[in-house]
Design a protein around this ligand. Structure first.
Ligand code: CDP
Ligand code: MG
Length: 868
């Protein structure tokens, strides 16, 4: 108690400190006004006197504060073991206090300059004398015009800075200079504007009943009532009752995703069928489902469940089903009228993912012939008219959100390295700003992991000097148990830093965020239909995104947003809105699914925003080349089988072809490993050599990356899926488990597409041929200096340095993907014989093309009929 009181007093003292510079100005102003009216000609005199008086008082106050500090520290660390350095600092502080006090007493008497005494003439250094000179120096006041307090003020600042650091950044404001002793590379921000708060009138008082401890469930139920959406519950239900299609708009965090399905369930809609709610992101679907299950007091996977590609956590009793938008599209293949659903809620519609956009067209159609189906389109943006127009002018239901004012700060100059700038800003906030959690927007897993490491490293040395910093990463592939960490309340005195991808922009609401750091970037995929290059590039965000990000800091109180770019960039360089994914992605997969649903005329499909015609044509061409469509654009038997597999058309084709080469066991392992992404091998910086050696072990014989992945999977299987084995071989267990999961499901699907499980482990050529059957469009031939030219589009590319063939440089290769990072790279590469291309895809390659490939453009397969 005593300690708390003292800390509070100290806080108050510290708060006063920063007020003073402004007080000086204020006093000066007041003095000025007064003297203007009273004695116009004596302004300067008055000012001088007032300042002198003020400075005297200030000095005494500062001295008192310092003494308080010393006392405090002695009190706090009584009996605690302190290091030699800390002892020294204490001694230094006390001596400074003594000197400053003495000087303060003398300052009135001596105001003229005095020559300091010499102490080291004759070459002999007399320590005692020297010391006395140093002391003397403190007594000297310097010349008349010099500020006799300059030195002391500087010292005070330094001392205060240190003293404050000793007690952490808990709950006080400090001068910005205070942390320069910790971070040399601070960033200067300028505050330019304040994002106005949105008043929320019907705020319900939180019922606090201390007399009995509430159960978790009751508390959650009470929390539900405090959400902005709660007071609109009846109106909303009425609107759903009255209209078939409803566009719902509300500030992120108002409770749309978690509450609306529950309200509908409570109103009885689940008696007529399930309620489905789509999310653009896997993590969001999972975590929201978990939250709703908790609120309803049921087990996740029973009444409330989630479903996504390769992961189904639902059962027969599931009535509230959260799922990715892609998953609902897949369900449409099996159930074209969505007959088991009574309500479909397409959530986060503003994200405009490819699947969301396609879903719009599909559900709009279904709603026409199923009048009892309720359709809710919910979005966080205010561009609701566009959605409403698209859905035949359906009514818009606005949920007034709640947002406190948010201060926007920009950097003075552009930052060269935004990751570094973000980290420095986190530390700056941690040391200088009052309590409140920090949310940092980064672009992806690697960046988040790097930031986490650097932050841990930089705060390690500071020990107890600063308050605890809890670092919580959140990205799509994070295991579920770790995801829960971001929702845990921050312990008192500590600060949580959430390092998140775009997911925290609107999909997930994290309470307690007060500071947002927005570097202004996100990862965006784009696809060039002409070259076939897909890129996942770090791209500047749009202004709409920047606004959303800033808004995240004002949910529970006034917030601050630090933008790591200049105000000029914001106003002149950012786009208004992000381009919808449908206009910048490969459409082959979607085209195949639509064809499977019987939608043949893709060009006239009712798109909200049409994709570029070229991309659509390219997708159809690709499906035709893969033998999924015939020359009339109809689905073939192969295409139909391919559509059953939840994979990209090339991967599906590879699996379908494995039937012919009698190696489906191996091929589904490879497909599963490829589906995990590029996260199989990991390479810690300090053990790079070991990790590289371990990785190259799987490449013995230059078998190519696909076969290497197969070897990894099979070796892991041989060790009975041992975690230890993964550690020893620098392989990520998590990714492997996921690959095993995916493989199991693919195996289950094989039966559905009538492919027999066959294995042919000892001969590699059939396996490679099966791969080629799916990926022959991605062939490339070696030119000079390790540069390849893709046969399809005569695009130049290199083999990715992590490939086992990066040094081998075979003459002919096929690749899994062509990505643009720093250069155009082919990832996951396997050597092929050129005659295989002619053998496997005679409709696409002729012998003469293969012989002089790369020097001339190849036929694209047009004009020839594909084998049906
Ligand atoms: O969808 P919308 O952005 O309108 O809000 P929501 O996702 O339904 O979130 C409403 C509230 O639920 C937020 O205040 C969160 O604090 C809480 N929530 C949570 O605690 N844990 C989750 N996994 C999801 C939401
Ligand atoms: Mg939501």
């Amino acid at each position: 108690m005593e300690l708390e009181k003292r800390l509070r007093e100290k806080d108050a003292a510290a708060t006063r400190k920063i007020m003073e510079p402004t007080l000086t100005q204020k006093e000066e102003k007041e003095a000025l006004q007064r003297s203007k009216s009273q004695q116009n000609n004596d302004i300067s005199n008055f000012r001088k006197v007032s300042r002198q008086e003020y400075l005297k008082k200030r000095e005494l106050k500062k001295l008192d504060e310092l003494w308080d500090d010393i006392e405090d520290e002695e009190y706090l660390f009584e009996g605690v073991h302190v290091t030699e350095k800390e002892c020294q600092e204490m001694r230094y502080k006390k001596e400074m206090y003594r000197l400053a006090k003495k000087r303060a007493e003398e300052v009135d008497e001596i105001m003229e300059y005095k020559m300091p005494e010499a102490y080291d003439f004759d070459g002999c250094v007399n320590q005692e004398k020297r010391f006395s000179v140093a002391l003397q120096h403190h007594r000297d006041t310097g010349g008349e015009k010099m500020n006799p307090f300059a030195e002391q003020e500087a010292w005070e600042k330094h001392q205060i800075g240190k003293a404050i650091l000793n007690f952490g950044a808990r709950d006080r404001k400090k001068q910005t200079q205070d942390y320069e002793y910790v971070f040399a590379d601070q960033i200067e921000f300028i505050k330019t504007s304040v994002l106005d708060g949105v008043k929320y009138e019907n705020e319900l008082p939180r019922e606090i009943d201390a007399s009995f401890a509430k159960t978790m469930l009751q508390k959650l139920q009470d929390d539900r009532k405090t959400l902005p959406i709660y007071s609109y519950r009846e109106e909303l239900l009425q609107a759903v009752e009255d209209h078939q299609v409803l566009v719902i708009v509300g500030e992120t965090g108002s409770g749309k995703t978690t509450q609306i399905p529950q309200y509908l369930h409570e109103a009885g809609y689940t008696k007529k069928g399930k309620i489905g709610c789509t999310q653009p992101r896997r993590v969001a679907a999972m975590s929201v489902a978990a939250r709703v299950a908790q609120e309803m007091g049921v087990k996740l996977g029973h009444e409330v469940g989630y479903s996504m590609r390769f992961e189904d956590c639902t059962s027969d009793r599931t009535i509230l089903k959260y799922m990715t938008d892609g998953m609902l599209m897949r369900e449409l293949l099996g159930e074209p009228d969505l007959g088991s659903y009574s309500v479909i809620m397409v959530d986060e519609a503003h994200e405009r993912t490819l699947s969301t956009d396609i879903l719009f067209g599909l559900v709009k159609d279904i709603a026409r012939f199923r009048p009892e189906l309720k359709l809710l389109i919910s979005s966080a943006t205010l561009d609701a008219e566009k959605f409403s127009d698209y859905f035949d002018s359906s009514p818009i239901f606005k949920i007034p959100g709640r947002r406190f004012p948010v201060e926007i700060h920009y950097t003075k100059a552009p930052e060269a390295d935004y990751l570094d700038a973000a980290i420095v800003t986190v530390l700056q906030i941690h040391v200088t700003q009052p309590a409140g959690d920090v949310l940092v927007f980064l672009t992806g897993q690697e960046e988040i992991e790097a930031a986490e490491e650097i932050l841990k490293h930089r705060t390690r040395g500071l020990g107890t000097k600063i308050a605890e910093l809890i670092i919580c990463p959140i990205y799509a592939n994070l295991p579920t148990d770790l995801q829960a960490k971001i929702f845990e309340p921050t312990p008192e005195g500590a600060r949580k830093v959430v390092l998140a991808t775009n997911i925290a922009e609107t999909s997930l609401t994290i309470d307690g965020i007060k500071y947002v750091i927005d570097p202004g970037y996100c990862k965006l995929n784009s696809y060039n239909p002409r070259t076939g290059v897909e890129s996942l590039l770090v791209t500047p965000i749009s202004r709409a995104s920047a606004l959303q990000r800033a808004g995240r800091s004002g949910r529970t109180g006034p917030g601050k947003c630090f933008r790591l770019y200049t105000a000029y960039t914001y106003h002149h360089e950012l786009e208004d809105n992000t381009i919808p994914e449908i206009q910048r992605t490969n459409l082959a997969n979607v085209a195949l699914m639509l064809k499977k649903m019987g939608i043949n005329d893709l060009i006239n499909f009712n798109f909200m925003d049409s994709p570029p015609l070229e991309a659509l044509v390219k997708a159809l061409e690709q499906l035709f080349a893969l033998d999924a469509l015939n020359s009339r654009g109809e689905l073939t038997k192969t295409g139909s089988r391919m559509a059953e597999l939840p994979l990209d058309p090339m991967l599906s084709k590879m699996i379908v072809a494995s039937d012919k080469y009698k190696c489906s066991e191996e091929i589904i392992s490879i497909a599963a490993m490829l589906s995990v992404g590029n996260s199989i091998f990991y390479c810690p910086k300090d053990k790079q050599v070991h990790a590289d050696t371990a990785r190259m072990n799987f490449h013995v014989g230059n078998v190519g990356d696909h076969i290497a992945l197969l070897k990894v999977y099979n070796s892991w299987k041989e060790t009975n899926f041992s975690t230890q084995w993964c550690y020893e071989n620098y392989i990520q267990v998590r990714s492997m488990k996921r690959a095993r999961d995916i493989r199991d499901q693919l195996q289950g699907l094989l039966e559905r597409v009538e492919i027999e499980l066959t294995s042919n482990p000892n001969v590699l050529d059939p396996i490679k041929k099966a791969i080629t059957s799916g990926f022959f469009l991605n062939s490339a031939k070696l030119q000079k200096f390790g540069v390849y030219r893709t046969v399809k589009n005569t695009q130049t590319a290199l083999i990715h340095p992590t490939s086992g063939l990066a040094q081998v440089l075979p003459r002919w290769v096929i690749y899994h993907e062509l990505v643009l990072t720093t250069k155009e790279y082919m990832r996951q590469v396997t050597e092929v014989k050129p005659e295989w291309l002619v053998e496997i895809a005679p409709h696409y390659y002729q012998l003469k093309d293969v012989e002089d490939a790369g020097t001339q453009k190849l036929p694209r397969g047009k004009g020839r009929a594909a084998p049906d």
